[in-house]
Design a protein around this ligand. Structure first.
Ligand SMILES: *[C@@H]1O[C@H](CO)[C@@H](O)[C@H](O)[C@H]1NC(C)=O
Ligand SMILES: *[C@@H]1O[C@H](CO)[C@@H](O)[C@H](O)[C@H]1NC(C)=O
Length: 433
């Protein structure tokens, strides 16, 4: 079975990095706790010695990769072993991860299902145990959504917390790099390695890293839940996510508050206009080399007017106000990460791509505030549906509240990870045989 995890991977380069790391350990000079740790990188982020294809056939040639992206350079400086460039939905313009040019990343929990997109390969390699951590890019849930479908942690910090240097500028006001990791602890380690510290501290609040211990060190967490929105998901997801909230209350005494997030549909449309206009503005398309579903998406993106874009930015300010009101009484907003679990990968979609707006809309439903408002957000697996496919729960935080968010996600993970079943495709790299 072709799992289509990677677009490019050079085994010699990986072995060379690994040998250098081994030498450092032998001489007692590892560079950091990440020395020797395999990290995969979405093929939308520059990482030598590979081209950056953005999931296309042509972009890697049209735009040579000359240096590591800032976050990749930081990982390299920590001794991480860069494992290759992971597969993705073409140009990030879709949610399934079905890619007619590079193969469609399959879900390690069930190889007949999609991995989700657009950071499909990054989610799948972490899920399959090949790398504890991978980088993705999240412009419309593209890190969190595949993370949820593959049962791993997906973490998108506050806009501006990570450098965008060397990340394809497909939609610059909503997209940014993010982390996919097997556990919240691994996400924290990777986060501390890639945080952008190149700019003066008055531009953004200082970095706080949480001390994760099994006894939660924060109390009285208040979780905002918009019931109507929360319920707009499959029955398995709704039940499972509700149960997770009951667990938080029973184990830690954390209360859920009922809130309303107004104008969610308007926010979705405004985000769509924004991401589409930005994508159109940054891309000179090679139509003939682009897959069918992305051609349709780009056709729609290109039809938005400057007036629609500007009005979308007005809605953005208005939505930020609504969210700030909620954060006056709640620490985080909680929702399912997706409205459906991983859906079936149709054979005929493999070579031609697919447009599935019903599943696409259900996948993206809970992602928008993280991108349109730049809020930090994280998903952790809280259970599995009747078919054994992972279900993710999302926490959305106030700007710059990453430490709180990571604490809450860790508490959630600790409360329910014992019950999770392992993926069908799983490589235990620590097992000696
Ligand atoms: C926007 O760009 C991000 C990366 O910058 C990508 O992950 C996302 O899927 C893109 N979306 C669209 C619709 O172009
Ligand atoms: C959401 O669904 C649950 C049952 O799953 C129900 O008890 C609750 O009233 C619903 N809430 C809203 C706001 O529809």
């Amino acid at each position: 079975m072709n799992m289509a995890f990677f677009i490019s991977c050079d085994p010699e380069d990986v072995l060379k990095q690994a040998e250098e790391s081994t030498l450092r350990y032998q001489t007692g000079t590892p560079l950091s706790v990440m020395d020797g740790v395999l990290v995969a990188v979405k093929d939308e982020i520059d990482c030598l010695p590979y081209p950056t294809t953005g999931g296309t056939r042509w972009l890697g040639k049209a735009r040579p990769c000359e240096a590591d992206a800032a976050c990749v350079a930081q990982l390299r400086a920590c001794g991480a072993v860069l494992a290759g460039k992971t597969n993705m939905h073409e140009l990030g313009a879709g949610t399934s991860g079905i890619n007619p040019h590079h193969g469609s990343a399959r879900n390690p929990y069930n190889v007949g299902k999609v991995a989700g997109g657009s950071s499909s390969g990054s989610a799948a390699v972490v899920c399959a145990g090949l790398c504890p951590v991978a980088l993705g890019v999240d412009g419309g849930g593209s890190v969190r959504m595949p993370a949820a479908l593959c049962g791993v942690v997906g973490f998108k910090p506050t806009a501006g917390r990570l450098s965008n240097a060397g990340v394809l500028p497909l939609n610059w006001t909503v997209g940014m790099a993010g982390i996919l990791a097997g556990t919240v602890e691994d996400a924290v380690v990777a986060y501390s390695a890639i945080v952008d510290q190149s700019q003066p501290s008055y531009l953004r609040p200082e970095l706080n890293l949480p001390m994760l211990t099994s006894t939660p060190s924060i109390s009285n967490v208040r979780l905002a839940k918009y019931g109507k929105w929360f319920n707009d998901s499959s029955e398995d997801i709704r039940t499972c996510c509700d149960k997770a909230l009951q667990t938080l209350r029973a184990q830690y005494g954390w209360e859920t508050l009922d809130v309303t997030v107004p104008e969610i549909e308007e926010m979705r449309l405004a985000h769509y206009v924004t991401i589409g206009s930005e994508c159109t503005a940054s891309l000179a398309k090679k139509r003939s080399e682009i897959g069918w579903d992305v051609r349709v998406a780009l056709g729609v993106y290109g039809s938005f007017s400057s007036r629609a874009y500007l009005n979308s930015q007005r809605l953005r300010n208005r939505q930020m106000f609504f969210h700030k009101e909620i954060f006056k009484t709640a620490d985080v907003i909680v929702s399912p990460m997706t409205g459906v679990t991983a859906y079936t990968l149709q054979d005929d979609a493999l070579s031609s791509g697919e447009l599935d707006y019903i599943n696409g809309a259900a996948l993206i439903r809970y992602s928008i505030a993280g991108n349109f408002l730049g809020l930090p957000a994280i998903t952790v697996m809280v259970g599995q549906d009747k078919g054994g496919l992972p279900i993710g729960l999302q926490f959305i935080g106030r700007p710059w509240s990453e430490a709180t968010l990571l604490h809450i996600a860790f508490a959630m993970q600790e409360a329910c990870s014992k019950n999770h079943r392992k993926p069908v495709v799983f490589y235990d790299l620590l097992k000696k045989d």
